[in-house]
Ligand binder design. Sequence first.
Ligand code: MBD
Ligand code: FE
Length: 311
Amino acid sequence: MSVKVFDTQEVQDLLKAAANIGADSGNARLQQIVHRLLGDLFEAIDDLDITPDEVWAGVNYLNKLGQDGEAALLAAGIGLEKYLDVRLDAADKAAGTDGGTPRTIEGPLYVAGAPLREGVSRIDINEDADAGPLVIRGKVTDTDGKPVANAIVECWHANSKGFYSHFDPTGAQSSFNLRGAVKSGPDGAYAFHTLMPVGYGCPPQGATQQLLNGLGRHGNRPAHVHFFVTSAAHRKLTTQFNIEGDPLIWDDFAYATREELIPAVVEKTGGAALGLKDDAYKDIEFNVTLTPLVQGKDNQIVSRPRAAATA
Ligand code: MBD
Ligand code: FE
């Protein structure tokens, strides 16, 4: 069935009616976006001769996606979240507001409300026999290299099974395990005492993995640690680093890896004196450079639904 109906008056009128274009009620921006996206979909159905069976498979997929609560996970997996970063990077470059530590995607697993500590926080609340001690520490500076005091450094990461507290299907973690917030000191220093994470894998029976399977892709991420860094006089930074040596570093299903975000993992001793579970531990120095507000405003704040809990 190789018919072309997209450009007919009937179909163009249908699109305008469905999006309610030109009406004096409804949200004009929403009407514009729906008109465009629906039009692109209709045109693709024509161009690729997408069959009714294929359309209904897609419609049903959306139901499963919602039931599984995985829409934001899929957004990471199909590169949509990375695409937003590519656009933000390009906008910064065009405006001359680039510089500082590179951004990379937030992902769907942040939980607001981690207890705030001064300078250093121990965030391994639950025992994890398979994970060795890890110290993450660094300095927050501005683009002139001056320390930024009182920055709020938030981090969150997975346990040795690749699971995040609050979203752990095994129920093995209490709230805010491996999640923390610290205020940088006068010299900009911050530190987290924690345990080495392992990479995340999409739920095997979920809608995201189902699509990835069809594409012949895996749904795994290299081991990584997420950060939000906020400070009154700077733009909020959303970033992550990867654990050096992870075989998936350049094969991340969410495309978050960046050359500048793979700090060295250094073997150290003296963990006992720091209160770590073993004397031998791994140390990662991750220094963060924040960029200034743009005309007094933080244009890097992204509003999206996020989980929240009380510690
Ligand atoms: C993660 O831990 C993550 O960071 C992303 C982007 C997607 C799924 C799980
Ligand atoms: Fe993650």
